[in-house]
Design a binder for this molecule. Structure first.
Ligand SMILES: C[S@@+](CC[C@H](N)C(=O)[O-])C[C@H]1O[C@@H](n2cnc3c(N)ncnc32)[C@H](O)[C@@H]1O
Length: 307
């Protein structure tokens, strides 16, 4: 009879085989996810399929290829809302977009956009800031996700009233057309957004970007994969461009050393330009208590505070 150790060993091997099969079949590198997260999510599928062990699940996957879709749906949790973390959007509206619009051509990337609420919130913000001046600017908001179903919904741009609960009535009136229970994003905002399928582990599709938002995506990724993706972002940004991460995320390793953190609370980072010196517009310092803890967590990250 197999001992507990042997059983665990065989299960570990079967788990690795499941990961490899997923990589070969769907093309998604599942080793970018944290093992504890992946195992927790996969265990839902083990229960749903009645297999209960990775060894049996491996056989099930080979016989039922439709199961690959179920895994993808389970792994890529699409939860999102319009204007998620309102203070981040306030910061973008007041501190970032006005700076970006010193240039007539602006490129933004919403990476891991799920069902489109984030890029459409950005498009509304862009319209709010530029108003009648919008036709004088070329603004593109690239919005990408790995999940095709989510992208199809995003492209439709149709939402229920419940999904708009975080949007003020005045904005709903201005930016959505309304038919029965469906609220459709109006074309003049929709046309600012370009959706595309993209796996964040692969090199970015665009460069020279002014602003990248990648929020609440990296939380599922292993630390090395997070650093890999954040370095992709660093390279895809122009000098002086901004990166916004999710509120529960922090930069670590090389990206942490390369980016300047310009707002700890909203998790806004900037790719420094060659001639920017921390003593001119910004100074290095410890602003608040949460800054201190962030510095400790990230291994001594310098925080930039506007004078
Ligand atoms: C929780 S949603 C975040 C949506 C939005 N950014 C927000 O903060 O509300 C996470 C999204 O990341 C996407 N995602 C997960 N892994 C990905 C990958 N490797 N490449 C691209 N997108 C990924 C999921 O499909 C999902 O739509």
């Amino acid at each position: 009879m197999a001992t507990v150790e042997t059983k665990n060993f065989l299960e570990d091997i079967a788990y690795e085989k499941v990961k490899n099969l997923l990589h070969e079949t769907i093309g998604l590198n599942f080793s970018c996810y944290r093992d504890e997260y992946l195992k927790r999510r996969l265990s839902i599928r083990l229960r749903a399929t009645g297999t209960y062990t990775f060894s049996k699940y491996l056989g099930y996957l080979k016989k039922n290829p439709i199961e690959f879709n179920n895994i993808l749906n389970d792994l890529t949790i699409n939860f999102t809302t319009f204007f998620r973390d309102r203070d981040v959007y306030d910061y973008l509206e007041k501190r970032v977009l006005p700076v970006l619009f010193n240039s007539k051509e602006v490129a933004i990337w919403s990476a891991g956009c799920a069902t489109g609420e984030e890029p459409y919130s950005l498009a509304i913000l862009v319209h709010k800031v530029l108003g009648d001046q919008l036709p004088n600017y070329k603004v593109t908001i690239y919005a990408s996700d790995i999940d095709e179903d989510a992208l199809t919904k995003a492209q439709k741009g149709e939402y229920t009233k419940k999904q708009l609960c975080d949007v003020e009535d005045s904005l709903i009136k201005e930016y959505f057309s309304h038919e029965y229970t469906t609220y459709r994003i109006k074309d003049f905002v929709k046309q600012l957004v370009r959706f595309e399928k993209h796996d964040l582990m692969k090199p970015p599709l665009h460069n020279n970007l002014d602003l990248i938002l990648c929020r609440n995506v990296m939380i599922f990724f292993a630390r090395e994969s997070q650093q890999h993706v954040h370095m992709h972002f660093y390279n895809a940004l122009r000098e002086g461009g901004y990166l916004v991460t999710g509120k529960s995320e922090i930069l670590s390793g090389e990206p942490c050393a390369k980016f300047l953190c310009i707002d700890v609370n909203c998790r806004v980072y900037q790719k420094p330009s060659k001639d920017s010196s921390p003593t001119s517009e910004y100074r290095l310092g410890v602003a608040q208590v949460d800054t201190l803890s962030l510095n400790n967590l990230t291994g001594g990250q310098g925080t930039i505070v506007r004078r």
